[in-house]
Write a protein that binds this ligand. Structure first.
Ligand code: ACO
Length: 329
């Protein structure tokens, strides 16, 4: 009787891209102040941990940032674009209603033929996309996948709403996920609960040539805060258990970068020491689906995450959606 070896997927390349325009809290406070909107560096820093964000200029879209991050990830592992046989982009700020941002990234990379599609799970988008790519590699449909989180959230912010406009930034992150005979992705768990859809949303659409609903992000910040912490704790535990491991086996926690207080509270609840929690929300603000791969790229390139480390990637966001991927480097 012959047995077929299980196919795993490993993250072999990481990359990211940020728009050129860096906007510090001081710059944002001054810009908002000119329009009569009162906020302060102290308030933003104390409540969110955010010091700065990057804002895309009008011609820079999610596909532009996504393709730049993809190229950086390909360069990292020395892979040519034509070795890629699957592209998944997680985004809630696509270039168009259609075609997908993934198809535009594929075109920008100069390749064709492989499947390319978007995943929409808001701030959980990257862990959703990574889980889908892992499954497609495990069933033999793909060998080298580009999994990208790319966002231009600045386009859906109401810049007169100080409760939300200070929280977000633009950017993209990407990984190359390749088939391997050793793990790799150890386990992943995804969840959603549409009953909470009203807590965090951009409830608009285009119809008959006009915007229907509201094109701006709205949020119940305190409700989101409470749900996010308990969901990340619960799904983190569920995922280590599915891998046959324990929380003590987490070398690095890379949660969605929404707010420093959510990151700290999640680390505390899960029992991961603060120095093992990767934090980039101070530098990038909340970049939704891009935040996890941006943080991952930062911690791999600065040498914190190394070969053999086990890393818990976590997303939570609108939908509500939440999930974790536990991955060995
Ligand atoms: N500058 C100054 N004051 C502000 C600002 C601002 N930018 N925004 C709100 N305020 C004021 C409010 O008007 C309010 O004033 P009032 O007491 O006179 O009415 C006061 O600050 C307190 O407002 P709250 O909303 O209660 O402030 P809170 O402490 O809850 O902090 C925050 C708000 C930072 C949004 C918090 O609720 C939070 O972190 N929520 C998590 C949500 C989050 O991170 N969302 C990101 C997207 S979701 C995701 O990615 C999962």
């Amino acid at each position: 009787m012959s047995s077929t070896a299980r196919v795993y997927s490993r993250i072999v390349g990481v990359g990211s891209a940020l728009p050129e325009r860096l906007v510090t809290n001081a710059m944002l406070v001054a810009e908002l102040g000119e329009r009569g909107i009162e906020t302060s560096d102290d308030w933003i820093l104390a409540r969110t941990g955010i010091s700065q964000r990057y804002i895309a200029s009008p011609e820079v879209t999610s596909s532009v940032l996504g393709a730049r991050a993809a190229r950086a990830a390909l360069d990292y592992c020395g892979m040519a674009p034509d070795a890629i046989d699957l592209i998944i982009v997680a985004t809630s700020t696509p270039d168009y209603v259609f075609p997908s941002t993934a198809c535009l990234v594929q075109r920008d990379l100069g390749i064709s033929g492989c499947p390319a599609f978007d995943v929409q799970a808001v701030c959980s988008g990257f862990v959703y996309a990574l889980t889908v790519a892992d499954a497609l590699i495990a069933n033999g449909s793909a060998k080298n996948a580009l999994v990208i989180g790319a966002e231009v959230f600045s386009r859906i912010l109401d810049w007169s709403d100080r409760g939300t406009c200070v929280l977000f930034g633009d950017g993209a992150g990407a990984v190359v996920l390749s088939a391997s005979d050793r793990p790799g992705i150890l386990a992943s768990k995804l969840h959603a609960d549409g009953r909470h859809e009203g807590l965090l949303r951009t409830a608009g659409n285009v119809s008959h040539g006009a915007i229907v609903g509201t094109p701006f992000l709205t949020m119940d910040g305190q409700a989101v805060f409470k749900l996010a912490v308990s969901m990340l704790d619960q799904v983190g535990r569920e995922t280590v258990q599915a891998a046959g491991l324990t929380v003590a086996d987490i070398d690095w926690l890379v949660p969605h970068q929404a707010n420093i207080r959510i990151l700290q509270a999640t680390g505390r609840k899960l029992g991961v020491p603060a120095e093992r929690v990767v934090v980039t929300v101070d530098q990038h603000a909340n970049t939704s689906a891009a935040s996890v791969p941006l943080a991952l790229d930062t911690a791999v390139r600065d040498g914190r995450i190394r070969e053999g480390h086990r890393v818990m990637l976590q997303g939570v966001g609108g939908g509500f959606t939440w999930g974790s991927v536990f991955v060995q480097f």
